[in-house]
Design a protein around this ligand. Structure first.
Ligand code: HEM
Length: 124
């Protein structure tokens, strides 16, 4: 039987990070190629939303299990701050940006923020 311990949950979280990042990079690539806002299809909207929801749940589970709350742990505070920035930049890059130029710059910034979150989580 699989033990639902911290190590297993962290593995699930890392796997979801990898899937979520791959889906985001794929959607950025589609946006760069087509110069267009992405539509609401299974691959471009619903699957990434489902994965990101699971990623959030796994992160909150890890935070509670390890009692590393943003009020006490500075790295967690910055990670959640970066998460909010990533969500806003991602929405501008894929859906809300008015021009292709704005969407492209937002996608570059979002990828940078995503990389910072991964580095912060690994190096804290
Ligand atoms: C896009 C969103 C996220 C990314 C890219 C991300 C990235 C990562 C990565 C790469 C790790 C593994 C670090 C390692 O190898 O040691 C990790 C661990 C962790 N993440 Fe996330 N994460 C995200 C969202 C969240 C959220 C929303 C929370 C909490 C609300 C969270 C809480 C944690 C915790 C507590 C750990 C374990 C750290 C430890 O064991 O010391 N993550 N995250």
């Amino acid at each position: 039987m699989i033990a639902w311990d911290y190590g297993f949950m962290k593995g699930v979280h890392q796997l979801l990070v990898a899937i979520s990042a791959t889906l985001f990079l794929g959607r950025c690539w589609m946006m760069w190629r087509s110069n267009a806002v992405l539509g609401r299809t299974l691959g471009s909207r619903y699957l990434p939303d489902a994965i990101d929801t699971l990623l959030l749940i796994s992160g909150i589970t890890l935070m509670v299990l390890s009692a590393q709350y943003p009020t006490t742990y500075l790295w967690m505070f910055f990670k959640l701050l970066l998460l909010l920035l990533y969500i806003v930049l991602g929405a501008v890059a894929l859906h809300r940006g008015k021009t292709a130029r704005v969407r492209k710059w937002a996608s570059v910034a979002a990828i940078g923020v995503l990389g910072s979150m991964i580095a912060l989580a690994m190096l804290h």
